[in-house]
Design a protein around this ligand. Structure first.
Ligand code: JFZ
Length: 594
């Protein structure tokens, strides 16, 4: 089974240089400006995010209508007036909430930190606040402060605890950001809102709940860079050790958060995090049952770790305080895998060997971990570009030595006999001597007959002319952002996407183009060139690109390629004639013909 996650590969010189700006910005270790308490975060690798508020009680339903997408946005989606929305509090009574159980789930899942919504965009405070009466203690029959209990329970299990706080968007307040259905934007005084609500509440959170690992800001607005810096300085005094997320805005903050559901295509230095939600919504929705399986979570975690970052996975408890059944089940199963394989995830750094058809790599001094998520036929795992002297190779779970062979800089590991055939990720450990080798092979992508499907991702392209590599953001429902890296803007024969790949085995391969194509781009002639040999095709329409709609990709089989001699091959996709954008190319897929 191939992972459904977008598998973006890395390590072309081009992409590395493109990602450099971001690296310099967030790799503060180089400039000595890194937060002194950042190391625990870099080592953590896995966190739990929790979205919980009044929206959890609505559960995606308003006035008998089902809403889809981000459930915590229902007030905005349904344009619910404040006077109606605030009434939900009167019956918000999460009697099933049990701080000890949530903390224990986090522990069992193997997460090292937890971040929960103290106040989301809806403006309701899930903690005891003296700043407003629109909070869980004053406005609900529950009357207790769940954040107090949760912060204590979580910390007592050795897990870092943090708060999400929507510092700018507050749909309840006349001067808060973004409620345009009740309030006139032009009359808003954001500074007043910051002074009267956001800052005093953040001070409460940073004073009354013990040491916070993280303050997770979100969707910034209404402040200049100077004001943001002042805001940070003021809050820092209360807890100098607490880490602030990059969504505090203006390029500030202690670590980088990527867009929701986004893994960067290349390893990124410095402290960073990818946030995903378990189903399609952050806040609880009864009719959203699209949960990621345990295998998907484990592979996603390995993918993110292989690029050097953390995965913070969100769960959405319901209005009574229960975490959905499948979140509990799959998180516990993920934790069971981590119990046995945690050494290959926690406190690792990015893998120095790029993504391979069999999976991902992570590193520790003297060790390279091979996360085999697609077990190859014949059980022979090829690790290219391995320059060091290999001491031994073994499966992480049983530690039994495996036979291996070095052919030049190719390391070949025989994993026959390694049990866990059904494991979503079988980890092999390569122990080597010497300092960490730098990978600088000419072809980062390998294609082999041992895999049913080989992906050559757009992120690897070297582009010419007007062609560009771009991450495209779109959503299926509402706010459930997807990110796919594509080659775009190929409009004439000089605008090409070229890939250098290493084909390991002799034989025939079916070449398939995976792309999205608009009406205007369709029925145009394109060329897929392999070492100068042209294969022609005509583009097929899929969908227009629209941020608020799914981008549809087709897998269009184009040709059979016969490979007589294994080696480095150059593949180029380009338009045959000048016209509209040919396609948004996501990948070239090579399938060995059996
Ligand atoms: C925000 C919130 O609006 C949303 O409700 C949820 O809390 C999520 C975790 O964060 O949404 C965002 C914020 C930033 C990006 C995308 C969605 N982004 O930078 O791509």
């Amino acid at each position: 089974m191939k992972s459904i996650f977008l598998v973006i590969a890395f390590s072309t010189g081009f992409l590395v240089s493109k990602a450099q700006g971001m690296e310099e910005m967030w790799d503060k270790s180089a400039s000595g400006k890194e937060h002194p308490n950042i190391q625990w975060f870099k080592d953590a690798k896995f966190g739990m995010f929790i979205h919980w508020g009044l929206y959890s009680k609505l559960a995606g339903v308003w006035s008998g209508k089902n809403y889809y997408g981000s459930g915590e946005w229902i007030m905005n989606q349904a344009r619910i007036p404040v006077k109606d929305y605030q009434k939900i509090a009167a019956s918000f009574n999460p009697v099933k909430f049990n701080a000890g159980e949530w903390a224990q789930l986090a522990k069992d899942a193997g997460v090292k930190y937890m971040v929960i919504t103290a106040k989301h965009h809806e403006g309701f405070s899930m903690f005891d606040s003296k700043v407003t009466d629109f909070d869980i203690v004053d406005a609900t029959p529950y009357k207790k402060d769940p954040m107090k209990a949760l912060s204590e329970a979580t910390r007592s299990l050795g897990i870092q605890f943090g708060f999400y706080y929507s510092q700018f968007q507050d749909w309840y307040e006349p001067n808060g950001g973004k409620n345009t259905w009740d309030f006139d934007e032009s009359k808003k005084d954001y500074q007043l809102y910051y002074q009267k609500k956001a800052i005093p509440q953040l001070k409460e959170l940073l004073t009354n709940y013990g040491p916070l690992g993280i303050v997770w800001f979100d969707t910034p607005g209404g402040m200049s860079k100077e004001q943001t810096q002042q805001f940070i300085n003021e809050l820092r005094q209360l807890q100098p050790n607490s880490l602030f997320s990059s969504r505090v805005g203006q390029g500030l903050g202690d670590y980088k958060d990527f867009g929701d559901s986004e893994v960067p295509p290349v390893p990124i230095k410095g402290a960073w995090e990818s946030v995903y939600t378990h189903n399609d919504s952050w806040g609880y929705i009864t009719h959203d049952m699209n949960f990621k399986s345990t295998a998907e979570i484990i592979r996603l975690l390995a993918n993110v770790a292989s690029k050097g970052g953390n995965l913070m996975l969100n769960v959405g408890p319901d209005g009574e305080g229960e975490i959905p059944y499948y979140s509990v089940k799959y998180l516990r199963e993920t934790g069971a895998w981590l119990q046995k394989n945690g050494e290959s995830i926690y406190a690792t750094t990015a893998g120095f060997v790029p993504e391979q058809p069999w999976g991902f790599t992570t590193s520790k001094p003297g060790k390279l971990f091979l996360h085999v998520v697609n077990r190859p036929a014949y059980d022979l795992v090829l690790v290219p570009g391995f320059k060091n002297n290999v001491l031994k190779v073994y499966a992480l779970t049983d530690k039994k030595n495996l036979s291996f062979e070095k052919k030049g800089t190719d390391l070949l590991v025989q994993m026959k006999g390694v049990k866990n055939e059904q494991s979503p990720n079988t980890v092999l450990v390569v122990e080597y001597s010497g300092t960490e080798p730098a990978y600088n092979e000419t072809a980062p992508v390998t294609i082999a007959a041992a895999f049913e499907t080989n992906y050559i991702n757009a992120a690897f392209a070297k582009t010419s002319g007007a062609a560009k590599i771009q991450p495209l953001t779109y959503s299926h429902y509402y706010g459930d952002w997807k990110h796919t890296t594509c080659v775009t803007d190929m409009q004439n024969p000089a605008d090409g996407a070229t890939f250098s790949v290493r084909i390991i085995d002799q034989g025939d391969y079916k070449l398939i183009l995976e792309y999205a194509c608009s009406e205007s781009g369709s029925r145009q002639e394109g060329i897929l060139e392999v070492n100068g040999q042209p294969f022609l095709f005509r583009t097929l329409r899929t969908s227009e690109f629209d941020r608020k709609a799914p981008l549809l990709f087709i897998k269009h089989p184009v040709a059979i390629l016969h490979v007589e001699k294994p080696g480095i091959y150059t593949l180029t996709v380009k338009p045959a004639k000048t016209g509209a954008e040919l396609m948004k190319l996501k990948s070239i897929i090579a399938e060995p013909v059996q």
